[in-house]
Structure formats: C-alpha cells, structure tokens
Design a protein around this ligand. Sequence first.
Ligand code: SF4
Length: 432
Amino acid sequence: MKVHLRALGCRLNEAELETWTREFAAQGHSLCRTGEGADLVVVNTCAVTDEAVRKSRQLLRRIHRANPSARLVVSGCYVSLDPATPTTLPGVDLVVANQDKARLVEIVSERFDLPLMPSIAIESDAHLLLARGRQRAFIKVQDGCRYQCTFCIVTQARGPERSRPPGEIVAEINAYHREGIQEVVLTGVHLGGYGSESGSDISDLIRSVLKETAIPRIRLGSLEPWDLPDGFWSLFETPRLMPHLHLPLQSGSDSLLRRMARRCKSDEYRRLLQTGRSALPDLNVSTDIIVGFPGETDDEWCQTMEFVEECGFGQIHIFSFSPRAGTKAAGLPNPVPEPVKRERARALADLAQRLRGETLNRHIGQQFPVLIEGRLVGEGKHWPGYTPNFLRVELASATSEDLCNRILEVEIHGINENGTLAGFLPSPAGGR
Ligand code: SF4
C-alpha cells in the first residue's frame, strides 16, 4: 500500500506520526509525500483552538477532494473531543481516538485487512527521517495532563497522564541514532509529569537516555515551569543535554495566573530562571504568552510587560486569546476588545524582538557546535543549523562537501538581517 501521513499542531502529533511512519514501513508499505498517489491517508488532527479545528476539517476535505479513492483515517485531538462529527465528513473511513493512537497501525491493518510484507520493508529507506530532510527526531515520552489550566483543551483531549516505559524510549532513540540521527527531542503533553504514575520522574528518564544511548544531542520539548524534580539542573552538566528550555509563562500577572489556574506564579518563575541561569550560563529560555485573557486589565498587562522584560527571554511565542469551546476560560466575563488585544500583541512583539536581539548579541565572538540541517536553497553557500541553546545559525561556507547532518564547531561573527546568527568555520576546512 502507498501510505501518506499528515500531522497538524504540536510536536507530540509529529512524534506520533514518526512512529506510525516507521510501523507502516516495517510492514512493507511505501510512504508517499502527497495524498494524491496514496491508497491510504492518515491525518493526526489538532483542536487546541477553534481555528485549529477549522484547519483540521479543511485538510480532511482537501485530501478527500484530491483523492476520493484513498482510504482516509483520522486521529488526534479533534476527533477525540468530538468523535461524531468527523465521521460525517466526506471520505472519512475510520476514526482512531487519542487513547487508541498507540495501536493505530494495528487497528488500520485489521480494519482494512492490509497485507503484511515485512520482507519488502528492508528494500526502501524512504521512511527514514534523514531521507525526508529531517535531522531531529521527536520522541513521544509521555501523554496526558492532570492539570486544568482554564484556557486549555488539551488536558481534555489527551486524558490522564501516562508515560512510555524508559526501555521503549531508549530503544527508539538508539534506532534513530543507528540511522544517523544525531539529535532527539523528548516531548509530551506535560513533560514534567513523566513517571508520575510510577514514582519516577523526568530526571530519571533523562539519566537513562544519557546512560543507555550515545545520541550526541538531547533536547527537551515544552516544559511547564513546575514539577521539575530535585537535581534537574545538574543533568545539564553533560554537553549532550541542550541548554534550551521552553517554559510557558502565559502571563506575568499573578492575579491573571490565578484566573488561568496556572501552578506557577511570577515569584516561583523568577526563582526557577535564577537557579537555571546560575547553573547554566548559556541557558536560553523561550516562552508562551497569552495576550488578552478575559478580564486582563491595563495594570495586569503592565505587570506582564515588566516581568517579560525582567526575564529576558530568547524567544516569545505570542498567542492572542481566543475562547476555546469546552474550556472554563471560554465562559469568563469581560472579554478584551480586539483592538486592545492587537495593540498589546504588537507591543509585546516589539519587546520580544529587542530581547531576542540582546540574546543574539551575547553570542557574537563565541564558538558553538552546530548541527547542520541542510543547505539554504538558492544561495548554496549558507548552511542553516542550531546552536545547543537553540539559536538559529546560518553558516557561510563555500565548501563542496555536504555538511548536512554534521555537528561542526562554528564561530559566530554577527547577526544576519533575517535575525539568524552569522557563522563561519574557524578551521581551514571552510574558512572565511
Ligand atoms: S499544564 Fe499544560 S497541558 Fe496541562 S492543562 Fe495546563 S496548559 Fe494544558
């Protein structure tokens, strides 16, 4: 069978897609890059906002219109929150809810009686990440969340916390490493909740990955700024654990954080950053901020702007609040007028850009091991990649060698107009 897989939304959806890709390939099915030529299409939907739901529905319609004969399987948060509606969408043959995702390939194979041809599997490596131009693998380690932030629908869509056994995660990482992948991202819904149901924690998992794999670079996906176990920062003593953390703050105002039912208030967040930065001078922290949460006063907004300035984030993802049906926040009074939201988002974007500039400037003149992730199209002499603390670099090198997927020492000598770091190879190999 020719199988096409698509994921919308978060890294967890992407990680699940990677696992299904490998499982279909292991059964001897071939993977195709578009839906047009496929016999079977699997879509991993998103429902984090009403807009995400609209996009999920739009994609399903588009895929069916482009290839009405293909079997269409739908999974993900959209179908888990609203199992009935998708079955009414044209062309949908099967719905697999989030709680059954781990068995999706098995369920699909049984339902459509797919032929099993494992012998063919070894002939093609098209399913391999590198073959698809990817140098970083997302590894799902955990699912679900026990918290109830008032704006969040994910906790309903993904259910209670559950963690994959460390042995399974280590085996998957070793398989990727054998294929040439040099960097993995451990990802989950509530990564800090890893092991909560078995008395272990995210630090135990990271220790297992460091001990039982030789993968050169390990990143952590988005991490709620609480539930970080003791000794967490000492894990970063090894250069294999990347000093970048995405710690969603959402707001800098404690009164607003209370209305969001967030577990971390500004003081705890401040202390977390101080501890992290004293342990890791290169630590780069990025975050999420919701603009225009119901009832957000001018004063609360000022508190957010002042606190963001104090935190000095390397990057800020700005989300303009939109009520998500099914969340507590959707029913809260005093919506912030759209023009006010736009004005606040613009002001925060300006601040974010200034803080990012300051972060980039601190890296000029320094040298970092950069994982090269391809060659910039059209220019041929620039190779993009990321520093360990997740700052994008464009390496200038006229070499004829293929530098893709290599970890190279790069010296930073400036900032490009597009906001990336400008680098060159200090060694004679690529020299300025
Ligand atoms: S901790 Fe994260 S996933 Fe859990 S409810 Fe809050 S925002 Fe949602």
